[in-house]
Design a protein around this ligand. Structure first.
Ligand code: GDP
Ligand code: MG
Length: 440
């Protein structure tokens, strides 16, 4: 994909903001890539619409092509949609905390059950019991028992002839009596979704009252992923998704589809057949796989960092010479907005309490920062370089130009002077400077 996108944009020599046409053309390629990755069509549409809205008007960082820039935006949005903050398995409930694995046959429920049990036992020091509710496949319960032996995890003793709901009742009782922290129920799947499966799953849920209900799905699942998430989501109260066979060559489109359709977080991924082949979900990895563009994203990130570092370096040089003019201040104000306001930046620095109090008193929130930038942009080049030029009539002109008052101008000039003084004083402490300007 990245090659194709770069191709489109390399034809355009123009730099600057991404235009609507640029982005539309790029989105055609993105759409194709998502479909190739087996993302469901509805999801493709809503995703590209969202990216488009974000990308139009975005500036292209020097030293990368517009195509690469779009790739980065697409990647970031994918990661965001897949769930940028990791959501793990929730153990916060009265024990035994019941977890239930649901999904189609062969999706990896039994494997995931024992992997999760293994992890909870070894890493989280939980006392875990597993129970197989699979009465359909002849050796299913035995399969789990063997896995339990390997993982050193207790399994519910097998009693022939019981129905899934009867086994569920027995498992909950046994887990309670046995003082287990966690009970994991491994349900039977079907080769496809049918009413029998759904009714059985719902009945088990009613009895077990699971704290986590995890839909286990193969990363290779294509367009079916939507139906899967929808059907299970309608019948049981899903709390998350487990994506299996992420070690295989599936392109991971199922993750995006299921996440979008169910609205549930992807909590875990299976990356192999072995007991320890279970990982927390990494949205960036799946995003990279969907678009096949990991290196481009890294490149753009690097380029962005370099630009920021370049600026910071130049600024630091100027400050050491005591040459911190209003152009610099304006740039700083922009950076500070990014960093969560001036208070946030200054609180990272030692020995700055007094200035910070004054700034707090000046109530430097985002709107104030923006107003100050407006003031500076209404000044002439000469005034920015040398604020002393600002006499009463010039101040009036600037105030009119920026829609502010002369008093606002005075405040800004005073703040600039204080900052310039402070920075000169701090110029001797190089570490502090680096903290202030390297932080962007
Ligand atoms: P179930 O029918 O949903 O219980 O599926 P199983 O847990 O029995 O798994 C079916 C097959 O998929 C088994 O051969 C597993 O070893 C394999 N499997 C499960 N999870 C993974 C995974 O994350 N990666 C790989 N490579 N194989 C897996
Ligand atoms: Mg099974």
């Amino acid at each position: 994909l990245s090659d194709r996108l770069s191709g489109i944009f390399d034809k355009l020599t123009r730099r600057g903001a991404l235009s609507e046409e640029d982005v539309s053309e790029a989105m055609r390629e993105v759409r194709r890539a998502l479909i190739e990755a087996d993302v469901a069509l509805d999801v493709v549409k809503s995703f590209t619409d969202r990216v488009k809205a974000k990308a139009v008007g975005q500036d292209v960082v020097k030293s990368v092509t517009p195509g690469q820039m779009v790739v980065k935006i697409v990647n970031d949005e994918l990661v965001r949609m897949l769930g940028s903050e990791a959501q793990g398995i929730d153990l916060a409930a009265t024990p035994p905390v019941v977890m239930m694995m649901v999904g189609l046959q062969g999706s990896g429920k039994t494997t995931t059950t024992s992997k999760l049990a293994h992890r909870l036992t070894t890493r989280d020091k939980q006392k875990v019991m597993m129970a197989s509710l699979d009465t359909r496949r002849p050796a299913a319960q035995e399969q789990l028992r063997v896995l339990g032996e390997q993982a050193n995890v207790a399994t519910l003793p097998i009693v022939e002839g019981q129905s899934p709901t009867e086994i569920t009742e027995r498992a909950v009782k046994a887990a309670r009596l046995g003082g287990f922290d966690v009970l994991i129920l491994d349900t039977a799947g079907r080769t496809h979704i049918d009413e029998e499966l759904m009714a059985e799953t719902a009945a088990i849920e009613k009895i077990a009252q699971p704290h986590e209900t995890l839909l286990v799905a193969d990363a290779l699942t294509g367009q079916d992923a939507v139906n899967l998430a929808k059907n299970f989501g309608e019948r049981v109260d899903l709390t998350g998704i487990v994506l299996t066979r992420v070690d295989g060559d599936g392109r991971g489109g199922a993750a995006l589809s299921m996440r979008a359709v169910s609205g549930k977080p992807i909590k875990l991924m299976g990356v192999g057949e072995k007991l320890d082949a279970l990982e927390d979900f990494h949205p960036d990895r799946i995003a990279g796989r969907i678009l096949g563009m990991g290196d481009v994203v890294g490149l753009v990130e690097k380029a962005m960092e370099t630009v920021e570092a370049d600026k910071a370096q130049k600024m630091a040089e100027r400050m050491k010479k005591g040459a911190f003019d209003l152009n610099d201040l304006s740039e700083q104000l922009g950076q500070m907005q990014k960093l969560g306001g001036m208070g946030g930046v200054l609180s990272m620095l030692p020995g700055i309490g007094k200035v910070k109090k004054q700034l707090d008193a000046a109530n430097l929130d985002d709107s104030v920062l923006k107003r100050q930038q407006a003031i500076i942009s209404s000044m002439t080049k000469g005034e920015r370089k040398n604020p002393k030029l600002l006499n009463a009539s010039r101040k009036k002109r600037v105030a009119a130009g920026s829609g502010t008052s002369v008093q606002d101008i005075n405040k800004l000039v005073k703040m600039h002077r204080q900052m310039a003084d402070m920075m000169k004083a701090m110029g001797k402490k190089r570490g502090a400077l680096a903290g202030l300007f390297g932080g962007g």
